[in-house]
Design a protein around this ligand. Structure first.
Ligand SMILES: [Zn+2]
Length: 499
């Protein structure tokens, strides 16, 4: 009984110690593709970060052997047994002994390994398959090597060949392609690409840039930004030589086609059609307030008021992405906007937050979120894809590398930011709304818009004062007027600018 008591009290004591220690998530990512493999939670003893080795082993499917009598744990990692001993700084990597700067901790009979000591030992024993980024708290692990390794170019008369060299052959069914305006996307099923590597690509006039992206564990994509004289693209797989060949057909540019192109560019910049996007709709209510107050209804009212306001003042056409309480998938909204030849895209939403005192508006443009709050808002707005049938079309979109790539592809990033700050200023001064400023986040609805695009969180459903304002027709009209004024300002500035 005494023994049980003492075990129990030491267990409780260690629980208290554990819970009082600060903890931090370590993100585990693939070294090559940066795809997330999961997270484990490290804890701090003093300044040092320790991680639970059994959780890492489980996550990476590394076999282990735990010897409770000897208080040792053996990790069978890529043919090398790595042996840790509780309370000891010595680790055996195969036949090699390494002394870490501090000993292995053993709370609740769990092995906690000092992270920097462990990585140091891996390096010293030449197992270079893990590395730790201390600033980002990311542990990179080599799981499988890249198989899309190098790009070379061959020019011949009116065609240019881009050759993607692979470590094993790919077949044509492994390849999907999409050619959209000046972008060509090559997706390789089973492809693994090192996103930090430029693949040895040397710049050629036909291709402005190439962005490598690992979409998920099994799909890699090359996005090619093509010059205007590229008239056609086709792809062939050469299985014998393990090559994927991208053939670019080019037309020679005459001065008359250049001039016609310039004229077309100028017309493109006349802001004569504006797309207003009331968020959510139909089976997707958006955020919900007391007494069946739905975001979808509020934003539809604001959108309609904005359309009236703009069309009464300017000779522009305003198209709503939905006119009724109907469900429209996110991708269709920008696709329709592009096809309609929209020149500005404005999405209306209503915010929600656990903190009921939060009130005011925020104007977003597309980019990697800089704060957790911005990320949370985008996550909520993006969650509507649960209502959509083809959810996996969005696979990989929330990945940071995708957002960066999408951003690089977004030719209207600077204009969107400028537009966002004009709208923010008008709402702040005209509606007496508290401004949370102009922010960036990864909203799916803004991906792929071929025009300057912003998303306005008009106020908080969770704040009673904001809620009352947003429900009133008067305030909805005031918002519409402020947005219209912002659009006039943007139109005046950008139509006079030559690009
Ligand atoms: Zn919303």
């Amino acid at each position: 009984m005494q023994r049980i008591k003492s075990i129990l009290s030491s267990f409780l004591l260690s629980l208290v110690i554990l819970s009082s220690l600060s903890a931090r998530n370590i993100s585990i990512r693939d070294q090559i593709s940066h795809v997330s493999l999961g997270t484990i939670q490290s804890i701090y003893f003093g300044e040092q970060s320790f991680f639970p080795i059994e959780e890492l082993a489980k996550l990476l499917s590394i076999p282990i052997d735990k010897n409770n009598a000897e208080k040792t744990l053996t990790l069978f990692y890529k043919q090398t047994p790595i042996v840790f001993t509780a309370y000891s700084p010595f680790v055996r990597f195969g036949n090699f002994n390494y002394q870490m700067s501090t000993e292995v901790r053993f709370p609740n009979r769990e092995f906690y390994i000092p992270l920097t000591g462990f990585i140091g030992g891996m390096e010293a024993s030449k197992i270079n398959t893990m590395s730790f980024d201390e600033s980002q708290h990311v542990l990179y692990v080599v799981t499988r090597p890249a198989n899309l390794v190098r790009l070379s170019t061959i020019s011949q008369d009116d065609t240019v060949k881009l050759v993607l060299h692979t470590t094993s052959p790919f077949r044509e069914p492994d390849i999907t392609t999409l050619h959209e305006d000046e972008w060509f996307y090559l997706t390789v099923n089973g492809g693994i690409i090192d996103v930090k590597n430029d693949l040895g690509f040397e710049h050629i006039p036909e291709v402005f840039e190439i962005i490598p992206l690992q979409i998920n564990r099994d799909q890699a994509r090359l996005s090619l930004h093509l010059a205007p004289n590229v008239s056609g693209v086709n792809v062939r797989c050469l299985e014998e030589s393990s090559e994927i060949v991208i053939n670019l057909a080019t037309t020679s540019n005459t001065s008359s086609t250049l001039l016609a192109g310039l004229q077309k560019e100028r017309e493109k910049w006349k802001i004569d059609r504006i797309i207003i996007d009331p968020g959510h709709g139909g089976k997707d209510p958006g955020c919900v307030g007391p007494g069946k107050m739905y975001e979808k209804n509020i934003v539809l009212n604001i959108a309609k008021a904005t359309k009236r306001e703009i069309e009464s003042r300017m000779d522009v056409e305003v198209i709503l992405t939905r006119e009724h309480d109907s469900f429209v998938p996110l991708k269709r909204r920008t696709k329709n906007a592009n096809e309609a030849g929209g020149k500005l895209f404005v999405s209306f939403h209503v915010d929600a937050n656990r903190v009921k005192s939060l009130r005011g508006h925020t104007v977003y443009f597309l980019g990697p979120a800089k704060t957790d709050a911005a990320r949370d808002v985008a996550q909520f707005e993006n969650s509507v894809i649960q209502f959509e049938e083809s959810q996996n079309e969005y696979a990989g979109l929330s990945d940071m590398s995708f957002i960066l790539a999408a951003n690089a592809q977004n030719a209207y990033n600077k204009e969107s930011q400028d537009f966002a700050s004009m709208i923010d200023h008008e709402i702040k001064t005209q509606c007496g709304s508290r401004s949370h400023g102009v922010r960036q986040a990864g909203f799916y609805v803004l991906y792929g818009a071929s025009m300057p695009n912003i998303l306005i969180e008009t106020g908080f459903m969770t704040n009673s004062a904001d809620r009352a304002k947003l429900m009133s027709g008067e305030y909805q009209n005031a918002l519409a007027k402020a947005v219209a004024d912002g659009i006039v300002e943007f139109k005046n500035k950008y139509e006079s600018t030559t690009f």
